[in-house]
Ligand binder design. Structure first.
Ligand code: ATP
Length: 338
């Protein structure tokens, strides 16, 4: 449960887990908001590794100038195995105490929040900011980096579609998202894909895809785009099986890490700035074990335990619309608004 704690004078900020475009805007906001409110702000390098190795630096406002437009994270990021152990968590908390860090802003995904929760159990105030391209944090409808990532993937898929049409091919394009299908769902709608395979929905019935490819070819379609989520995977072997079954040349393209890079969109810069400032404000209010989110049109904070306990599913109405746009319009749509 969240707890009210005493006012703080020094905070730290780190980025953890996979990097996401817009993380720099959030770091910049934490630093400048913190300095503006009279705090000392430490930047901790390489996520929780920086606390293990005392790799941290007091930041000035200038240290974060010229960063809002940059992809990646200027604090670097890492996956820190030691943080999963009680010994590591105590070590991380000791480093915070040594530098007087009473409040920590953790920018990352749900794994990073679990690390933050462990630090809170060791007496450090923590606030999480959702930084992940996967949009897989249940309490929020927005995560930093998703907007840039989906736009990057969309542009790449448009290019694959051009060559797919020229060669009258079928293309399977695998997008990131780990076990979450939101990136694939959005690319599916934005790119007008014929099939969208999501880990939350896919029934592994390849015959349906084969029938769909053959049917769309009969209707005169020159291409067939299948967006496959990372959580389903196996695009190369799927392409071989589909080609063998349909006789239509089928290629797999895995977009990979390019989806993490690039200059953040305006939305990612603005939302990340608001969320970074809000994290500092929450710490200044004496709050801990909270995560910042965006829900029902508002920036809000949530209890970290509740945020981690909730399971994020695919929005059924969005999924139904994606299916309807990809050829489901021929059938009777079961429309149910959520
Ligand atoms: P992304 O969604 O982009 O992968 P993430 O924050 O979920 O981001 P993880 O690799 O799951 O990425 O977690 C990042 C780091 O958080 C881990 O390397 C580890 O240091 C810490 N962490 C993850 N899970 C736990 C846990 N259960 N207990 C303590 N620390 C954890």
């Amino acid at each position: 449960m969240a707890s009210e704690k005493k006012e703080i004078k020094t905070i730290g900020v780190l980025t953890s887990g996979g990097d996401a475009p817009g993380m720099n805007a959030a770091i910049r906001a934490v630093v400048r908001r913190g300095l503006g409110r009279g705090l000392k702000v430490y930047g901790i390098y390489r996520g929780y590794d920086g606390l293990m190795e005392e790799d941290l630096k007091e930041l000035t406002g200038k240290d974060v100038s010229d960063t809002i437009q940059k992809g990646g994270t200027v604090l670097y990021t890492a996956r820190c195995a030691e943080m999963r152990t009680l010994e590591g968590q105590k070590h991380a908390a000791e480093t915070c105490r040594k530098y007087g860090i009473e409040g920590l802003v953790v920018i990352g995904g749900d794994g990073s929040y679990r690390g933050a929760q462990c630090l809170a159990h060791q007496g450090i105030n923590v606030v999480g900011v959702p930084g992940t391209i996967d949009l897989d944090i249940s309490c929020t409808e927005y995560t930093i980096g998703f907007d840039t990532s989906v736009n990057t993937a969309m542009e790449a898929i448009d290019k694959v579609r051009d060559t797919s049409t020229s060669h009258e091919r079928c293309s399977i394009i695998e997008v990131m998202g780990r076990n979450a299908g939101y990136l694939a769902l959005w690319c599916g709608i934005a790119n007008g894909a014929e099939d969208i395979l999501l880990p939350e929905k896919y029934d592994y019935d390849e015959q349906k895809i084969i029938d769909n490819i053959i049917d769309s070819r009969r209707r005169g379609k020159k291409h067939h785009i299948i967006i496959n989520a990372e959580g389903v995977g196996h695009s190369a072997s799927m392409a071989r099986r589909l080609e063998a079954a349909t006789g239509i040349e089928t290629r797999a393209t895995i977009l990979g890490h390019m989806q993490r890079g690039g200059s953040p969109t305006a939305k990612d810069r603005v939302y990340a700035s608001i969320m970074g400032c809000m994290a500092v404000d929450l710490l200044m209010e004496g709050k801990s074990e909270r995560v910042v989110g965006y829900k029902n049109g508002k920036f809000q904070d949530f209890d970290i335990d509740e945020a981690l306990a909730m399971v994020k599913g695919i929005d059924e109405y969005q999924y139904e619309i994606a299916t309807a746009m990809s050829g489901g319009y021929k059938k009777d749509a079961k429309v149910k608004r959520s």
